[in-house]
Design a protein around this ligand. Sequence first.
Ligand SMILES: [Zn+2]
Length: 65
Amino acid sequence: MRKESSAWTDPPALPSGAVPAEHRAEVAERGSFALASCSCGWFAPARRSRDKARRDAREHLDQPD
Ligand SMILES: [Zn+2]
């Protein structure tokens, strides 16, 4: 029995405003510093505040270039 697979080949569309899969930013802690980095290769300078690192990540996701 052959399966009808065409409906399953495409991933679901992202809702508008969603971050593309290529950009997955995360905040890593290194000692007393925190730094944001992204799956696209981008990274922010180390911050002494995790909030600032998170803001770096957020800004990158808003404006990846
Ligand atoms: Zn990115």
